[in-house]
Design a protein around this ligand. Sequence first.
Ligand code: FES
Length: 121
Amino acid sequence: MVDVLVCQQGDLKDGDVRIVAKGELEVGIYRHAGKYFAYQNRCFHQGGPVCEGVIIPKVEDVLAPDRTLLGQRFNEDEMHIVCPWHGYEYKLETGECAADKKLKLRRYEVIERDGGVYVAL
Ligand code: FES
């Protein structure tokens, strides 16, 4: 494994993503709620560049006591990465596919050292 420099500490703000490459491998490094998350830039569906997608809050149904649908709302406690090709959604903090928990983006370690942010590839 090699630590690849992503940026200097403080360069990425919450909500930012940066994609780094090593050979054929691309990894998206996210900053969210003061933490870093890094995933392989490859969607389980058809291999799309998932880390180039938008980040949105989870969409939840709002139900009445009789279970009829009243509408929908955003849940800011769970942010999702949305694949730009066909819309598969992955939980930003775990890489787990929102529709199928068996599918999980490959995760990489992010290291903060000597003023830099590195990803171990
Ligand atoms: S390739 Fe990502 S949703 Fe199809």
